[in-house]
Write a protein that binds this ligand. Structure first.
Ligand SMILES: NC(=O)c1ccc[n+]([C@@H]2O[C@H](COP(=O)([O-])OP(=O)(O)OC[C@H]3O[C@@H](n4cnc5c(N)ncnc54)[C@H](OP(=O)(O)O)[C@@H]3O)[C@@H](O)[C@H]2O)c1
Length: 305
C-alpha cells in the first residue's frame, strides 16, 4: 500500500472530520480527491420531497465527516437537490465548502446560462459557486455562447472556476480556445467498468494538459459492488478493504483524477471515507486497468460529446 505523498498533496483542515487530501494542478486549481454527489437526492428527474430529512442529514453528516466538495446540478430533481444542499449548509462556514453546480445542455444559450446560474445560487442560498460546469456539450446552441457566458459569470464574481462535463477531447479543446478563463476540469463517467475516457484518449489528454478529471459514478450506483469479480476479492484481502473502497481508491490513485460518490446512508459514508488516506500500488492500478472484467467503452449515462 502506498502512503499519501505529503509533498505532492496539500492537506488542509476544513472540518472536525478527517482531512481529505487535495489534488492540485500546476495551474493552481485544486479539489479534494473525494467529494459528495447529490444525484437522486430530492428526487430524480422530478422533485420528490419524501426523503428530504434523510438527504439533508446525509449532506450534513458528510460535511461533518470532512467532505467539503459537494456536487449538484440544476437538473437534479428540478433544482430540489440544490435546495437540499442550500438547506444543509445553513449556519456552516461557506468559505470552507467547495460547491459545484451545472447548467443543463438545453439552457446553454448565453442569457439562459446567466439565468440558470442565478437560479442555482438562489436554490443553494449562496452568493457564489466555487465551480460551474456545462453539464454536457450543448446540443442546440453554439459552444462559444455558453463558454462566453461562463467567462461573464467569472468576471462578475458569481463563480470562482469554470469547467465542463462529459466533453470529449475535441470539444474540450474547442471550449478552451474560446475562454478567457481556464477550463479547470472535466467531470466524466469513469470507474472500474466504464473506460470511455481511457479508450478515447481523454484521460491522457487531461493529465498532459493540466485539466482535472472528476470521475462520477465511482461505485456504479452500487452495481459494481454486486457479484464482485475475483480480482477485486483478491485486492480486498491484500489491502484489507471493501470492494467500494477499492473502486474509489482505484480512481484517486491516478494522476489528476478525483471522484464523487452520492450517499445519504451513514454506513456507506463511513465505508467510502475508508477509501481515503492510502493508495493502491501503481502495479495494482494497472492490473485493474487491464484485467477488470466486462469493461464498457461508451458511457451508458452520457457518452462523451
Ligand atoms: N456530470 C454528470 O453527467 C453526472 C452524471 C452522474 C452523476 N454525477 C455526479 O456524480 C455523483 C456520483 O455518481 P452517482 O450518484 O451517479 O453514482 P455513485 O456515487 O457511484 O453511486 C451512488 C449510489 O450508490 C449507493 N452507494 C454509495 N456508496 C455506497 C456503498 N459504499 N455501498 C453501497 N451502495 C453505495 C448510493 O445509495 P445510498 O445513498 O443508499 O448510499 C447511491 O444509490 C452524482 O451523485 C452526481 O453528483 C454527474
Amino acid at each position: 500500500m502506498r502512503k499519501v505523498k505529503r509533498c505532492a498533496l496539500f492537506r488542509e483542515k476544513y472540518n472536525s472530520g478527517m482531512n481529505i487530501p487535495i489534488k492540485k494542478l500546476k495551474n493552481g486549481f485544486s479539489l479534494p480527491e473525494f467529494g459528495l454527489g447529490t444525484w437522486q437526492m430530492g428526487g430524480r428527474e422530478e422533485a420528490d420531497s419524501k426523503n428530504d430529512e434523510k438527504d439533508i442529514a446525509g449532506i450534513r453528516a458528510a460535511i461533518e465527516a470532512g467532505i467539503t466538495h459537494i456536487d449538484t446540478a440544476e437538473s437534479y430533481a428540478e433544482g430540489h437537490a440544490e435546495e437540499l444542499v442550500g438547506e444543509a449548509i445553513q449556519g456552516m462556514n461557506r468559505k470552507k465548502l467547495f460547491i459545484t453546480s451545472k447548467v443543463s445542455g438545453w439552457n446553454q444559450e448565453h442569457e439562459k446560462v446567466l439565468q440558470s446560474c442565478k437560479t442555482s445560487l438562489k436554490h443553494l442560498q449562496t452568493d457564489y459557486l466555487d465551480l460551474y460546469l456545462l453539464h454536457q456539450f450543448p446540443p442546440d446552441y453554439p459552444l462559444q455562447h455558453a463558454v462566453r457566458a461562463l467567462d461573464k459569470l467569472m468576471d462578475d464574481g458569481l463563480v470562482k472556476h469554470i469547467g465542463v462535463s462529459n466533453f470529449g477531447v475535441e470539444h474540450l479543446k474547442e471550449a478552451q480556445s474560446y475562454t478567457k478563463h481556464r477550463i479547470v476540469c472535466n467531470q466524466v463517467h469513469y470507474n472500474l467498468q466504464v473506460r470511455e475516457i481511457e479508450q478515447k484518449g481523454l484521460l491522457k489528454y487531461c493529465q498532459k494538459n493540466d485539466v482535472l478529471l472528476v470521475a462520477y459514478r465511482p461505485v456504479g450506483k452500487g452495481k459494481l459492488l454486486e457479484d464482485v469479480p475475483k480480482i477485486i476479492e483478491e485486492l480486498c484481502v491484500k489491502y484489507q478493504k471493501t470492494p467500494a473502497q477499492i473502486a474509489i481508491n482505484w480512481l484517486i490513485s491516478q494522476k489528476d483524477v478525483v471522484t464523487l460518490a452520492k450517499t445519504s446512508d451513514p454506513a456507506h459514508l463511513k465505508e467510502n471515507l475508508g477509501a481515503i488516506g492510502w493508495y493502491l500500488t501503481e502495479g495494482d492500478v494497472e492490473l485493474l486497468r487491464k484485467e477488470y472484467p466486462d469493461q464498457m467503452f461508451v458511457s451508458d449515462v452520457t457518452p462523451l460529446g
